[in-house]
Write a protein that binds this ligand. Structure first.
Ligand SMILES: *[C@@H]1O[C@H](CO)[C@@H](O)[C@H](O)[C@H]1NC(C)=O
Ligand SMILES: *[C@@H]1O[C@H](CO)[C@@H](O)[C@H](O)[C@H]1NC(C)=O
Ligand SMILES: *[C@@H]1O[C@H](CO)[C@@H](O)[C@H](O)[C@H]1NC(C)=O
Length: 910
């Protein structure tokens, strides 16, 4: 939902007794610039090469899985431990902490999967200046002692260089003295004071990627997909915030923070994951070469034993993470392919578990559907207009005075009946549950939290109070396992009257949003369970909120049902708990356009289940924008229409018959492709491969694709080029190649040239293409909700490549339970070669299904030399059916093969 708004402004004004004017775009003054954050200022004023750190030569201890050494700050003799660990799957962990800190420094919990060590480190050689090891067969690392530099080599080339810019910082814990820099021991921002009882604690480190021009990631920002350089401007900021009417093309922080960056060139991809949940800024720079040609050639000759590399130095990219506190805990994922990097990152932080089938369908939301009658009517209207829809949503107004887990007694007097009405039509309900709790004596949640000490405390140890939707509010402290269990238990059907197993959850405002707090969030000197300052863990507050919710939904069904949870805030690893949307966007073309790079950035950072509010949250879209947004949203993983309370009603039939028909087509296009989306989400769960992908994932050597963000791939085989410009009558589409064929999914026209082609686009046209060589399953029956389609027949779209072959897969299960993990699923491997289409089980799983094969369409058949299809399956034996050839589209259609999708079969075209 929501963020600021006139309501919130009014609330803020009440609190501050101000007479602020309602603004129409982000108020930059509400949010810090780097130089208003003292640690960012201290980090950023460092000169390259000034880091005073040196490794103590005789401190090195090398085991088969790690390398330990003492790192010394030469300016003050403070000692640090450095540990480099080799992890499974080409991943290195670099950990640096104070050797004997005055108090333990915070290390981020919950995010990592259990780490698996890799016993593949071997000492290589030692010199007066450095020490080297090999890691497995392909990698080597060299530590230079003074200044401390770590180079990671792959195939004799440096792929990541750590601290080669000499910008490492590690502020050790200390006692206060008289000469402290401004802001180090206390700091103010507007009227807010940060007491900073522990003084300066910043950590920073630079990572260089030689020969790399393109780096991606560190979402969430409303900015380009390929990161821009930040010298001369603001760094990208990672500090989860509720930004009212966020601006585009900006490194400002938004709601979620994933400190993971991917560097890519035409030879390899690598990643760096900076595990730190404190406020973090990220500088991106480009230099001729991070290492001078001289040093570079020495390193290369040293490791390869061969002569120096005489290539002219190329540019390299440098990424520097700067965090307010914590430790240095960095994970280097060494690729070398983009898919390797996403898999390695998923090995660290997890993949998204397969979501329930309905959650990939269309969701209808608004702030707010006002009454249970409103909900019923909107749902019915979808049927009247023959538009599929799976989920109705309720924003905050359904509650009794913003007390979560309650219902407004007059507007939603009969929630059970409302829910039953929805579920009887195959639909679901999602309701909002936010982490701020109304301070209202008599509200059970507030009473429980007060009596048991479940709230986050202010610096003085009292329950922190802030202003949010309910008015005066306090915030559950999810660092406490008891509080997580408590929230989880609130979702049980007994504790949440009016809910059912068909009611799923939306956690909003979980940055957390505090209307009257510094930067609209919580004070950094607030205290969490375990005597941890909010400063340390701010960016995982939303993560822990959703973690508890996910657990609650699992428990309420006794672990039988897959939860669906939507969150606005998140951190690395949040993909394990649900979907994210890009927050409070606007009904403007530029916001439609930016939804692609925003979701692509999240997708390659482990979090594929992303979408933007279709139609735009603020303001009123006109019919054209509204249409284009549905056409685009249909190809992003999370597909939900949503609108602000001050906007005009915009259910998809309210724009007149022509627009209604266009939106209907967009919705149907989504529903037809649901089996493919579901198969891709299943693939993601197993491999970590993103569900939507930049083109360079499939075409890693095609430099033309490296900055591309206006077209993307769904899986590896559907190319989507949304129309995101007002009045567009044509768009450019880039067809990557060589040797590829791309088939227009509407006309079956084949594109075989690599390069850019201008495509005409009427208002009903959104260019999407199926890649030659792929088989995509679709369901063509139109029904009101996806839950009603699970036994429906299939059509297989077989697009032939230049060799006349194709392959694909199809994954099926009950769409809602975990039985698939016990083998109750069908995983099919489909292939077409030598005019024979075969379906084979790709796993041991089995599941009876009524789904049968209704049609096969083969694209790219040059001429008709076929008269029939011979079908072989166990249950039907050998049968024959008709084929028909369309010489205009060069497609061949096999009519009703009728084989069951739950068995293996062969179809020969003869
Ligand atoms: C290691 O140090 C020696 C000098 O002791 C130098 O010749 C060599 O180039 C260095 N290697 C690397 C990789 O820095
Ligand atoms: C449920 O559906 C029935 C039949 O359409 C209708 O009369 C009733 O008002 C609905 N109840 C709610 C709470 O929406
Ligand atoms: C076509 O076949 C040739 C020879 O086997 C192979 O090298 C090429 O990669 C194939 N092309 C495609 C697109 O599969």
């Amino acid at each position: 939902m929501n963020s600021d708004s006139s309501l919130k402004k009014a609330a803020l004004c009440l609190v501050l007794l101000c007479a602020a004017q309602l603004v129409t775009s982000v108020d930059q003054n509400n949010f810090k610039k780097c130089d208003q954050s003292s640690f960012c200022r201290r980090c950023r004023t460092m000169q390259p090469g000034s880091a005073p750190f040196a490794l103590v030569e005789d401190s090195f201890q090398i085991s088969t899985h790690d390398v330990k050494a003492i790192l010394l700050n030469k300016e003050n003799n403070v000692q640090f431990t450095l540990v480099l660990t080799s992890l499974r799957d080409n991943t290195l962990r670099l950990f640096i902490n104070e050797l004997s800190p005055m108090r333990p420094r915070f290390q981020v919990p919950f995010v990592l999967n259990e780490l698996e060590l890799n016993n593949n480190i071997k000492f290589h050689s030692k010199n007066p200046a450095n020490i080297s090891m090999t890691i497995g067969d392909e990698h080597a690392v060299t530590f230079t002692y003074d200044p401390f530099v770590l180079n990671v080599f792959q195939d004799e080339k440096v792929v990541i260089s750590v601290n080669s810019k000499g910008l490492m910082k590690f502020e050790h814990l200390r006692t206060k003295t008289d000469q402290e820099e401004d802001g180090a021991w206390e700091e103010s921002f507007h009227s807010h004071h940060d007491s900073k009882p522990y003084g300066p604690t910043a950590v920073a480190l630079d990572f260089s990627f030689p020969d790399v021009d393109h780096v991606y990631g560190v979402p969430e920002h409303a900015d380009s997909f390929a990161l821009r350089t930040t010298d001369g401007g603001e760094p990208y900021r990672l500090y989860n915030l509720d930004v009212f009417e966020y601006e585009l093309d900006s490194p400002m922080s938004l709601y979620a923070a994933i400190p993971f960056v991917t560097a890519h060139n035409s030879r390899h991809s690598v990643g760096v994951f900076w595990l730190n949940a404190a406020e973090t800024w990220v500088d991106v720079t480009r230099s001729r070469s991070s290492l001078t040609g001289d040093v570079m050639s020495k390193i290369v000759s040293f490791v390869s034993g061969a002569g120096g590399d005489s290539e002219a130095p190329r540019s390299s990219s440098n990424v520097r993470f700067m965090s307010e506190s914590g430790v240095i805990d960095a994970y280097l994922t060494l690729g070398p392919s983009p898919y390797d990097v996403t898999r390695q990152y998923a090995t660290l932080t997890g993949t998204a578990p397969l979501p329930p089938y309905f959650s990939l369908a269309y969701h209808q939301c608004r702030w707010n559907y006002n009454t249970q009658k409103d909900v019923q009517e909107v749902s019915t209207q979808f049927d009247t207009h023959d538009m599929p829809m799976d989920v109705m949503w309720l924003d905050i107004e359904y509650t009794d005075q913003k007390k979560y887990f309650t219902w407004d007694p007059t507007k939603f007097a009969h929630p059970n009946e409302m829910v039953n009405n929805l579920t009887s039509t195959g639909r679901k309900l999602v309701v909002i549950i936010d982490p701020h709790i109304k301070r209202d004596a008599g509200y059970f949640l507030h009473d429980d939290a007060t009596n048991n000490g479940y709230y986050v405390k202010n610096k003085d140890g009292n329950d922190f109070e802030g202003w949010c939707w309910p008015g005066s509010s306090s915030y559950l402290d999810f660092m406490n396992p008891v509080v997580r269990d408590y929230l989880a238990s609130r979702y049980s059907l007994d504790n949440f009257p009016g809910s059912s197993l068909d009611v799923h959850i939306w956690n909003d405002m979980n940055e957390p949003s505090v209307f009257n707090g510094p930067e609209v969030t919580m004070h950094k000197d607030c205290k969490h369970y375990g005597d941890v300052e909010h400063r340390e863990l701010h960016n995982i507050y939303g993560f822990t909120n959703v973690m508890a919710t996910f657990d609650g939904l699992l428990k309420r069904s006794n672990y039988q049902q897959r939860p669906f949870v939507l969150t606005r805030s998140g951190f690395a690893g949040s993909q394990r708990f649900g979907a994210i949307w890009t927050g409070d966007n606007m009904a403007e073309w530029s916001h439609l356009k930016i939804s692609l790079p925003m979701c692509l950035s999240l997708a390659i950072s482990g979090w594929s289940f992303c979408g933007a509010d279709v139609g735009g949250f603020f303001k009123n879209p006109d019919a054209e924008l509204f249409t284009r947004w549905y056409q685009t949203g249909a190809y992003l993983p999370f597909f939900r229409g949503h609108a602000h309370i001050d906007t005009r009603r915009r259910e998809p039939w309210l724009y007149g018959a022509a627009t209604t028909a266009l939106v209907r087509e967009a919705l149907r296009a989504r529903y037809a492709l649901l089996p493919h989306w579901y198969t891709l989400f299943h693939e993601h769960e197993i491999t970590g491969a993103p569900v939507i992908r930049p083109l360079w994932f499939e075409f890693p050597q095609d430099t033309n694709t490296f900055s591309m963000e206006n077209q993307f791939l769904v899986g590896n085989s559907i190319l989507v080029r949304p129309v995101t410009d007002e009045g567009a009558t044509q768009v450019s589409v880039y067809f990557p190649g060589p040797q590829e064929v791309w088939f227009d999914r509407d006309t079956y026209e084949a594109f075989t040239q690599t390069g850019t082609v201008t495509i005409a686009v009427s208002i009903s046209k959104i260019p999407t293409y199926q890649r030659g060589g792929s088989i995509v399953p679709v369901r063509e029956r139109v029904r009101r909700a996806s839950s009603l389609t699970l036994q429906d027949p299939f059509t297989l779209m077989v697009a032939l490549n230049v060799n006349g072959t194709a392959k694909g897969s199809l994954y099926l299960d009950d769409g809602q339970s975990y039985e698939y993990r016990k083998g109750e699923h069908i995983s099919l491997s489909l292939s077409f070669a030598n005019s024979v289409l075969t379906s084979r089980f790709a796993s041991k799983g089995r599941l009876p299904t009524e789904s049968w094969l209704e049609r096969v369409v083969i694209l790219g058949v040059p001429h008709n030399s076929y008269s029939k299809a011979r079908i072989q399956s166990k249950s039907l034996g050998t049968t024959f059916t008709e084929v028909s050839y369309n010489s205009g589209t060069k497609s061949l259609s096999v009519r009703k093969p009728k084989v069951n999708m739950g068995e293996e079969w062969t179809i020969s075209i003869e």
